[in-house]
Design a protein around this ligand. Structure first.
Ligand SMILES: N[C@@H](CCC(=O)N[C@@H](CS)C(=O)NCC(=O)O)C(=O)O
Length: 197
């Protein structure tokens, strides 16, 4: 497998996921702020929008962090990072796996661009609703599926990590506690170390 990535981007989600997975992979660094690097044809064949993370696994090409986490967890089931199809918590897993890109990110973009909120019409409701539902989902913990860590925690945990870094969770002890737990995972620490190398 080949991961196209760039430090200080959403690619950290895929890096953490691959480190949790423990399968061999190659990291290809693409500076997305450099137009020449972004135009790299091998990269663009995997990532048509020129975005990171992007993953190549044989003939499979993915260019979205959520899709990459979903794919890896299912493709490598021995990692135990996804409940199997038919398992009782499969539905809950899928719901939360998609929450970061379908609800957290658009709600944040709306809030910080000061775009008009239309909680009824927009699939992500509102920023406040997004936080309230996430809090409720994590009420039992320690992970979003309870005792079991999964790829859904990679997506949600990284979202909380970034929100905390941007000082958006100062009044959210439950969500900062979750981000802290995520950061203690050795795979998270390894992914972070690649960013700094
Ligand atoms: N939905 C995508 C978004 C990826 C994305 O927007 N990545 C940004 C970096 S955080 C990027 O590559 N931007 C470069 C560009 O659009 O030119 C995902 O979750 O992977």
């Amino acid at each position: 497998m080949k991961l196209y990535w760039c430090p200080k981007t959403r690619a950290l989600r895929a890096l953490w996921m691959l480190e949790e997975l423990g399968e061999p992979y190659e990291r290809v660094r693409i500076d997305i702020r450099d137009p020449a690097a972004k135009a790299n044809p091998a990269f663009r064949a995997v990532s048509p929008m020129g975005k990171v993370p992007a993953l190549e696994d044989g003939a499979t090409r993915l260019w979205d962090s959520g899709a990459i986490c979903a794919y890896l967890a299912d493709q490598y089931p021995r990692s135990g990072l996804a409940p199997a199809i038919g398992a009782a918590d499969r539905g809950r897993y899928l719901q939360w796996l998609l929450y970061t890109n379908s609800v957290i990110e658009p709600a944040m973009a709306e809030k910080f661009s000061k775009a008009p909120v239309s909680a009824l019409a927009h699939g992500w409701g509102s920023y406040e609703q997004m936080l309230e539902v996430l809090r409720a989902g994590l009420a039992e913990g320690p992970w979003i599926l309870g005792a079991r860590f999964s790829a859904a925690d990679v997506m949600l945990g990284m979202a909380c990590h970034f929100m905390q870094q941007f000082k958006l969770l100062d009044a959210e002890p439950q969500l900062t506690g979750y981000a802290d737990r995520c950061r203690t995972r050795p795979a998270f620490q390894r992914a972070l170390a690649f960013e700094e190398s």
